[in-house]
Each structure stands twice: as structure tokens, then as C-alpha cells.
Design a binder for this molecule. Structure first.
Ligand code: 5GP
Ligand code: ZN
Length: 114
């Protein structure tokens, strides 16, 4: 738990979120500003600021997040095509410094990203 972290507050229930999945390790909730028909953020309950702050102990947790993304995509009917994104650091577009993975689906997506 990090005092003034937005996603720690969502994990702690101090700020409401539209949850789509939760277990003892992670939470998934809809992005407040969706960029696709399905736009879910998957976050660990424990505070890790960025992917660069994750370490060997987080290996299983990170794998769990990816496999959960696959499950949520399937439950929402987008298993044929979706994107999982982690923005690491401000230059990459990270604005909330509690590690999270965007799951986006339900529309065609271009590559490379802008
Ligand atoms: P980042 O830019 O760090 O990769 O992604 C942060 C995401 O968090 C953005 O897509 C933004 O829309 C989302 N976000 C910011 N504040 C809130 C909030 O209070 N609730 C929810 N559900 N999403 C938020
Ligand atoms: Zn946090």
C-alpha cells in the first residue's frame, strides 16, 4: 500500500471501481476513460510502481496477470483479437504509478501505436 496511490485506493476500496475480476492477488476493473469497447485494467493488489520495479519474486504474479487477461478477453467475446499493454515510465505514457496492464478489445487496432 502506497499512501497516495490511486490504484492502491481502488484495491483498498476507498475509491469505487467497476470490477470485472478479483482474487487474492489481483484486481481487474474497467478503465474510467475507455479507449475500446472493452478496456480493463489489471493490477496486482500489492503496490509495485512500474515494470522496472518488479523483480524475480513477481514472476508468477506477472504470469497470472497475463493469463487472467486471456480469460477476461474470452469472457467478453474478444478472444479472436485483443491487446495487452503495459506502459512503463512516463515517456511510454504511464500516468498511474502502480503497475497495471491494459486489456483492450472489441475494435480493430493499428500498429505501431502512436
Ligand atoms: P497509464 O496511462 O498509466 O498506462 O494508464 C492509466 C489508466 O488509468 C488510464 O487509461 C486512465 O484512464 C485510467 N484511470 C485514471 N484514473 C482512473 C480511475 O479513477 N478509475 C479508473 N477505473 N481508471 C482510471
Ligand atoms: Zn499503489
Amino acid at each position: 500500500m502506497s499512501e497516495d496511490c490511486l490504484f492502491c485506493k481502488i484495491v483498498g476500496g476507498q475509491i469505487p471501481a467497476d470490477l470485472v475480476y478479483e482474487d487474492e492477488r489481483i484486481l481487474a476493473f474497467r478503465d474510467i476513460s475507455p479507449q475500446a469497447p472493452l478496456h480493463v485494467l489489471i493490477v496486482p493488489r500489492k503496490h509495485v510502481a512500474t515494470l522496472n520495479d518488479a523483480d524475480e519474486q513477481d514472476r508468477e504474479l506477472l504470469g497470472h496477470i497475463l493469463l487472467t487477461a486471456k480469460g477476461i478477453a474470452a469472457e467478453n467475446g474478444v478472444q479472436g483479437g485483443y491487446r495487452v499493454v503495459n506502459n512503463c515510465g512516463e515517456p511510454a505514457g504511464q500516468s498511474v504509478f502502480h503497475i497495471h496492464f491494459h486489456l483492450l478489445g472489441g475494435r480493430p487496432m493499428g500498429w505501431p501505436p502512436g
